[in-house]
Design a protein around this ligand. Sequence first.
Ligand SMILES: Nc1ncnc2c1ncn2[C@@H]1O[C@H](COP(=O)(O)OP(=O)(O)O)[C@@H](O)[C@H]1O
Ligand SMILES: [Mg+2]
Length: 397
Amino acid sequence: VAVPERTEGVVAPPRLGIVGAGQLARMLCEAASALGLDTVVLAADRDDAATSVAGTVRIGSPMDPDALRGIADDCDVLTFDHELVDLDALSSLESKGHIVRPSPSALVVAVDKAVQRRRFAAAGLPVPRFVVLDGDATADRLALVAFADEVGVPVVKAARGGYDGHGVVVASSLDEAVDAAMSWRASGTDVVAEARVEFRAELAALLARRPDGETVSWRTVRTAQVDGVCAEVCVPGGLDDSTAEDAARLAVRVAEVCGVVGVLAVELFDAPQGLVVNEVALRPHNSGHWTIEGANTSQFENHLRAVLDLPLGDTSMRAAAVTTVNVFGSGSPIDGALARALEEPTAKVHLYGKSDRPGRKLGHVTVLGDDGAEVTSRAWRAAAALGTPVPAQIGVR
Ligand SMILES: Nc1ncnc2c1ncn2[C@@H]1O[C@H](COP(=O)(O)OP(=O)(O)O)[C@@H](O)[C@H]1O
Ligand SMILES: [Mg+2]
């Protein structure tokens, strides 16, 4: 039998660079591994969550232009675990021909909440009434007080550098808002003051978008934040189809305004005046972890597919109800906690390999099933067994 001689070499898989090496990078690397893709992460620290699963680990700061150039030279496409990055350095890499997805021109809306509010308002997207404080102390104070006269005690946000409730104060008095705003201004960041939205629920709409603008959307979820940090994500979480679809359509408009490539998460308020955009993430997001087991294609896999310009996967739900509960540290790890969590046989436990510190996000648990209340209580049982404090707002279920 004549065997045709192979003349071509094996085509090397694309090499994906990820700036940052936290849990999102870790789950991106897991999805990349299944597709046979090679990964390289830029980690600030040897112990970062993704360093044990990435193909190659480079150590460096996402704010250091040399470190960014190093990883860009070492990969085919550059993407992100978080947005605390040096945009100027990324823009210069892009202009030299490196493929950066999402592009720094899109990423700026996630890096800077003032830019985001202004860009979205200009595009006619529904955002809370806001004012940007970027003047001197006297002017800023006057502007904030005048704004509070119109909208009541505002919510204040550091324009840059915030995450997980750090950098946001839902103030209960004007003094509290002024103090927070002034201390951020003194540290050099602009501040956004905005009207407090009396929302019925917080939602998150998730999509993935290819470079040609093709998008796929997952089912809109209901999220619950405790002290500004996401505690649980319920799908569909009692959300009616028409609100869910409105949110998904709004997210597509947001994606077009941003020009995002990859996954986009849009945090929304479901308010009496309609859907209001809270903030966006141009990357996989905590509100989308349920898609790992709960959807035919996860947010991590579709992020990879989108940034590598590969066909996007089906986003349909695999069960009628899915709940994800975040696992937080208590500071005192419990002996045998994993075994106790796994006694709940439907719980899919994800631990990110991070050391236990009080309040630190250490992992998440997802449960799929037929009944929302049932999967939510199973997910909380497993998360509580792992040491997660059950907040009073959530209650013991
Ligand atoms: N304008 C607002 N009105 C009411 N609550 C708000 C407002 N902005 C933020 N919040 C509350 O604070 C939480 C954190 O704010 P967010 O802007 O999402 O910051 P982070 O980047 O920390 O997630 C939100 O999930 C919401 O619960
Ligand atoms: Mg948020």
